[in-house]
Design a protein around this ligand. Structure first.
Ligand code: SAH
Length: 233
């Protein structure tokens, strides 16, 4: 009898959350097909993707594609990255609950929200004020109290808050910014798309005993990192 009550209770809980969120099953499918089937295996990372409502970060006209297998346009000619790429970059950082993470390129805020599920605090910098404002609104709505956003040029990092256990860069410069390497903590990792034009590679950097080791991990395509006058780095 008790077991039956428990099962009914569980089913009701799942149905309630599905009713509260019209995209629950689409999100589950995204996790299975786009992430798990392609090799994302960290359970904490997978459950973060099951929890974060991607549709809240997408423009109204693209809502129905919120869980599609690709990037989507956001304001200022920028994009929210493909879920798989967000997951890949997150998993490779091997985050710990106590970590303090720096993100360059807040954009929609989706990547920051995923990180906020997995670590202690997320510091995120966005060049365009409008994007930073709308992402901050979503963070408040969803009660992410461990995300700190700032408008500015992320090439320079956030020296007042350094060092960071992990750094994730979601726009592409032609080289790894020196200030970001300096702001990486001992034992920390940085994932960054590096390259000119359409040819970019995701580079993983790890700081061990003060020395940086670099490894190319995946070919990718990101929007360019821009300076405050709009020129590409
Ligand atoms: N992480 C984002 C992806 C956004 S695309 C998401 O989950 O939606 C990359 C973002 O980097 C864009 O919003 C772009 O405006 C921003 N960007 C470009 N150059 C930048 C710079 N120098 N400093 C901070 N942000 C920058």
């Amino acid at each position: 009898m008790r077991l039956l009550v428990l099962i009914v209770g569980l089913i009701t809980a799942v149905e309630c959350s599905a009713q509260n969120d019209a995209f629950f099953y689409e999100r589950q499918k995204m996790v299975e097909v786009q992430l798990k089937n392609r090799g994302i295996s960290n359970d904490m990372v997978l459950s973060a993707f099951q929890l974060v409502p991607r549709h809240e970060f997408v423009l109204p006209e693209y809502k129905k594609w919120s869980y599609a297998d690709g990037p989507l346009p956001i304001n200022e000619g920028q994009t929210i990255s493909q879920p798989y790429v967000v997951a890949y970059m997150t998993e490779i950082l091997e985050l710990k609950r106590s970590d303090q993470v720096l993100e360059i390129g807040t954009g929609s805020g989706y990547q920051a929200a995923i990180l906020a599920q997995l670590c202690d605090s997320v510091f995120t910098i966005e060049l365009f004020e409008e994007l930073s404002k709308s992402a901050t609104k979503v963070f408040r709505k969803l009660e992410y109290n461990n995300i700190y956003s700032r408008v500015g040029d992320g090439y320079l990092g956030w020296p007042e808050k350094a060092p960071f256990d992990a750094i994730i860069v979601t726009c592409s410069p032609s080289h790894v910014p020196e200030p970001l390497q300096e702001q990486l903590a001992e034992g920390g990792s940085m994932i960054i798309p590096v390259g000119a034009g359409n040819i970019q590679k995701l580079v993983l950097l790890q700081k061990k005993k003060g020395k940086i080791r670099k490894k190319d991990v995946l070919p990718v395509r990101f929007v360019p990192m821009l300076d405050e006058r709009g020129a590409k780095y």
